[in-house]
Design a protein around this ligand. Sequence first.
Ligand code: AP5
Length: 216
Amino acid sequence: MKIILLGAPGAGKGTQAKKLAEKLRLVHISTGDILRENVKNKTSLGAEARAYMEKGALVPDALVERMLEARFDKSDTPAGFILDGYPRTIAQARTLEGMLAARQMEVDFVFDLQASEAVIIQRLTGRRVCSQCNANYHVTNMPPRVAGICDKCGSSLYQRVDDNEETVKKRLQVYKQEVASLIDYYAQKQKLYSVSADQDASVVLDQIVDLVTSRK
Ligand code: AP5
C-alpha cells in the first residue's frame, strides 16, 4: 500500500506516519527527516538545504528529487510506504507520479490532515524531537516520561530550529500558497480523503486505518 500524508506543518503528519508505519507494516519516508539527517551529517546536500529549511522555505525541487530517487531505489519501498512531506507542490506531485511509474508503483491513498492555525502554533512551539531516533514528543500534549529524554532510546530531545513562531508562520504561508491546487490534483484522481487532525492522535489514527482497511 502506498500512502501520502498531506497537511500543514504541525498537523501531525510525522506522528501519524510513524504510528501507521508500525500498524500497517509500511516504510515511513519523511523528506523533512532525510533532509535534517543530511544537515546533521554535514553532507553536501545538507549544506545546500540548510538555509532554506532554517527560514521555512521549500528546498529546491532538484535536491529533494535526487534524495527521493535514492530512497525509492531501496529494496523496502515496493512493499509499501507512507510519504510524509512530499509532494508539496503540483510540480512535485507530477514528478512523484513519474518516479513511481518508472518503478511500476502508484499511490493508493492521499490523506489530507486538516488542523486549525491555533492548534498548529501550539503543537509546533511545544514539539521536541529525539536527536537519535526522531521520535516525536510535545511538552504538554505528549510529554516523555522523563523531561528531555526519549522514552524509546534514552537519547536527548531537542527543539527544531524551524519551530519558532516566526518561522512557523512563514512555513504556514508557504503551505497555504500550494495546498489548494495539490488537494484538487488528488481529488480529481479520486484518491483524496480528509481527516480532522485537531482531534486526539489515536482518533486520527483510527479514522485513517478504518478508511484504508474498508477500501482495500
Ligand atoms: P517537514 O519536516 O516535512 O516539516 P513540516 O511539513 O513543516 O511538518 P512538521 O514536521 O513540522 O509537522 P508534522 O505535520 O509532521 O507534525 P508532527 O507530527 O511532528 O519539513 C521541514 C522543512 O524541510 C520544510 O520547511 C522545507 O524547508 C524542507 N522540506 C521538506 N520536504 C520538502 C519538499 N517536499 N520540498 C521542499 N522542501 C522540503 O506534530 C507536531 C507536534 O504536535 C508534535 O509535538 C506532536 O507530538 C504533536 N501532535 C501531533 N498530533 C497531535 C494530536 N493529534 N494531538 C496533540 N498533539 C499532537
